[in-house]
Design a binder for this molecule. Structure first.
Ligand code: GUN
Ligand code: ZN
Length: 435
C-alpha cells in the first residue's frame, strides 16, 4: 500500500446509502471540484478543493481536474477460468456448460495454463475498474493458489474458492466429498484472511454435488464461520427441473442448500432469476445475497431478473459480470444491460442506483462495507478515475448533459473499459490506460 499523505483533485462521486431505500438526494455525495485525501492507503477525508487545498502542500496533490473519481467496482460473481471462452455461441446454460465450460476448465489441470489465464483475468479486471470480486476457480486446488498469488501481487481485495463437484461433470473435473473438503480446508488455512484475501467454499451448483458433498461444505462453514459460500441458484428453467428431479424431497432449489447450512450471512447465490417469495424470505432472514448477472442472463437466455421485487422482500443484491457466460468484464456495461432488463419489465433503473449496486451495494452484499464501497473516512482507498470524454461519441453527447445523474447515465449507456483512465488499489496506481 501507499505510504504517507496524498491527495487527488477531481470531481468526486460516491454513494452513502441505497437510493431505492432513502431519498435519491440523500443517497449520494457529489463534489464538482473536490479533493480526495488519502493516508497510508486509507481515505482520510473528501471535500471541496477550495476548503481543503489551504491545508495541503501542493506537492502531495495530483491534479485530475476534468476527470470523475468513483469507488472501485465490486463484481460479486465471476469465473476466472472462463476468461478464454467468453462469447461462446449458441447454447443455454446446461449445453453451454457441457460444450464450452467443462472442456475449458479441464485445461486448468496444467498449473502453467492457470497462471497465464489468471494474469489475463486480472489485467481485464483492473482495466475495467474492478478492484474487488467474488471469483470461481476450477476443481483443481492449484487453480486457487494461482488466483490468490496474482491477487496478492496487485494488492487487491479478492475472494475466491475451489469448485466442489462430485457428479454430473467429466471425470477429470470431479473431486469427492472428502478430497473437496480437505483441499478446501488446506486452501482456507493458507489464504483466508491473508492480507486482503478471503476464501469462499464453492460448490458449483446443486446438480454437480451430492448431498454428502453439500454436507461437508456446511461442515467447513461451521468450522470457519467467516468464510464465504459461493454457488449458483435458479438461473434456468431446465436447470430448476433437473434440481427438483435430483433432490425430490427438497421444498425448492434454495432448500437443497439450506438443509446443509449453506444459506447464511456471506453466502452469495449467483442469478436467482426465478426464485419464489418463499426463497426470497429465507435469503432475507438469513442475510444471504443474490448476485444479479445482467449480461449473462441475456446471453444465455436465462430470463429477466426481477430486481425491485426481490429487493422489496429485503434480499441483499450485488451485481456480477458472470464472465464467461457474461459477455463483458465491465461493470459499467453490465449496468447498461441491467437498465435494459428493467426496461423490459416496465421499470426504471436510476444511474445513481446503478453506481450504488456496483460499489456500496456490492460491498454490503459481501459484508465488506466497513472496508470498501465508498469514500467514508477509514476505508481502503480503492478507486477509479473515469474519463467522461473517453470516446468521440461520449464527448459529443456530454455537451448536452447537465446534472451528474445525466452524465452518469450516458457514461453507463455508452461507456466500456475505455472510460477507465486509471485504477488505484489502497492509494497506489495499479492500472493506467495510457501506459
Ligand atoms: N451454473 C453452474 N455452473 C455455472 C457456470 O459456470 N456459469 C453459469 N452462468 N451458471 C452456472
Ligand atoms: Zn456463474
Amino acid at each position: 500500500p501507499q505510504h504517507g499523505k496524498i491527495a487527488f483533485r477531481a470531481a468526486l462521486l460516491h454513494l452513502l446509502e441505497d437510493p431505492a431505500k432513502e431519498s435519491l438526494e440523500q443517497s449520494y455525495q457529489y463534489i464538482d471540484d473536490g479533493i480526495l485525501l488519502i493516508e497510508d492507503g486509507h481515505i482520510v477525508a473528501l471535500g471541496e478543493y477550495r476548503d481543503l487545498s489551504t491545508q495541503l502542500d501542493d506537492s502531495v496533490v495530483t491534479d485530475m481536474s476534468g476527470k470523475l473519481i468513483v469507488p472501485g467496482f465490486i463484481d460479486t460473481h465471476i469465473h476466472y477460468p472462463q476468461t478464454r471462452i467468453i462469447g461462446a455461441y449458441g447454447d443455454q446454460l446446461l449445453d453451454w456448460l457441457n460444450n464450452y465450460t467443462f472442456p475449458e476448465e479441464c485445461r486448468f489441470a496444467d498449473r502453467q495454463y492457470a497462471e497465464e489465464v489468471a494474469e489475463e483475468f486480472f489485467d481485464q479486471l483492473v482495466m475495467n475498474g474492478t478492484t474487488t470480486a467474488l471469483v470461481f476457480g476450477t476443481v483443481h486446488k492449484h487453480s486457487v493458489d494461482v488466483f490468490f498469488t496474482e491477487a496478492e501481487k496487485r494488492n487487491l481485495r479478492m475472494i475466491g474458492g475451489k469448485v466442489l463437484m462430485d457428479r454430473n461433470a467429466p471425470d477429470a473435473l470431479l473431486d469427492t466429498p472428502e478430497t473437496g473438503y480437505e483441499d478446501s480446508k488446506a486452501l482456507i488455512d493458507t489464504w483466508h484472511n491473508k492480507g486482503r484475501l478471503s476464501y469462499a467454499v464453492t460448490p458449483r451448483f446443486a446438480p454437480t454435488s451430492t448431498d454428502d458433498q453439500l454436507a461437508l461444505a456446511g461442515k467447513l462453514l461451521r468450522e470457519y464461520p467467516d468464510v464465504y459460500l459461493h454457488t449458483h441458484l435458479s438461473e434456468n428453467q431446465n436447470e430448476i427441473e433437473w434440481v427438483q428431479a435430483l433432490f425430490p424431497d427438497s421444498k425448492n432449489y434454495l432448500d437443497v442448500y439450506d438443509r446443509h447450512g449453506l444459506v447464511k450471512p456471506r453466502a452469495v447465490f449467483a442469478h436467482g432469476v426465478h426464485v419464489c417469495d418463499d426463497q426470497c424470505g429465507r435469503l432475507a432472514e438469513t442475510g444471504a445475497a443474490i448476485a444479479f448477472c445482467p449480461t449473462s442472463n441475456l446471453f444465455l437466455g436465462s430470463g429477466l431478473f426481477p430486481l425491485e421485487h426481490i429487493e422489496k422482500q429485503g434480499v441483499k443484491v450485488g451485481v456480477g459480470t458472470d464472465v464467461g457466460a457474461g459477455t463483458s468484464f465491465s461493470m459499467i456495461e453490465t449496468m447498461s444491460e441491467a437498465y435494459k432488463i428493467m426496461q423490459l419489465q416496465g421499470k426504471k433503473l436510476n444511474p445513481l442506483k446503478s453506481l450504488y449496486q456496483i460499489t456500496l451495494g456490492g460491498a454490503k452484499a459481501l459484508y465488506l462495507d466497513d472496508k470498501i464501497g465508498n469514500f467514508t473516512a477509514g476505508k481502503e482507498a480503492d478507486f477509479v478515475v473515469l474519463d467522461l470524454q473517453a470516446t468521440d461519441l461520449l464527448s459529443v453527447r456530454m455537451k448536452n448533459c447537465q446534472s451528474v445523474e445525466e452524465k452518469l447515465f450516458v457514461l453507463m449507456t455508452l461507456g466500456d473499459e475505455r472510460v477507465v483512465s486509471q485504477t488505484y488499489s489502497m492509494g497506489s496506481p495499479i492500472y493506467s490506460r495510457d501506459s
